[in-house]
Design a protein around this ligand. Structure first.
Ligand SMILES: [Zn+2]
Length: 136
């Protein structure tokens, strides 16, 4: 799942910069609302529960479970061809939010719903270290 020219790189903007900074440092960061304590992902300017604007960053445990997944067997472009077959999954994080990611480090055929996973980071560029998940 390493970076290849032609792969889509996520945009880094004012809302997401602290998130990507955390990824570079090997820390999965989530936003928490100071008003209602809601924890959310992906980064936004307001709380998705109460619309509050006082959001801070917390370090997630990196633990989660596979909520749903699919195995990609046909690459969407040449850049992804070396990766197939690979797993695209919704990960239910221990802190509550769900994030889309990849499950790596195992045979895709062994991935199951509710499988416990832990975050790991794959350095794609100077700016982007992509969070992915491995079975625990
Ligand atoms: Zn809130």
């Amino acid at each position: 799942m390493s970076y290849q020219p032609g792969k889509h790189l996520p945009p880094v903007n004012g809302e997401s910069a602290p998130y990507w900074e955390g990824c570079r440092e090997g820390e999965l960061r989530l936003q928490q609302c100071a008003s209602c304590s809601h924890v959310q992902f992906y980064p936004r300017l307001v709380c998705t529960r109460c619309s509050g604007r006082r959001l801070s960053w917390i370090a997630a445990s990196g633990e989660g479970q596979v909520k749903s997944f699919t195995i990609v067997r046909r690459a969407v472009s040449e850049a992804y061809a070396p990766d197939v077959p690979y797993v695209v999954a919704l990960i239910q994080l221990a802190e509550g939010p769900t994030m889309m990611s990849n499950v790596i480090g195992c045979d895709p055929e062994t991935v199951e719903v509710n499988m416990p996973v832990r975050v790991t980071f794959d350095r794609w560029t100077e700016e982007i270290s992509m969070p992915m998940f491995e079975p625990t």
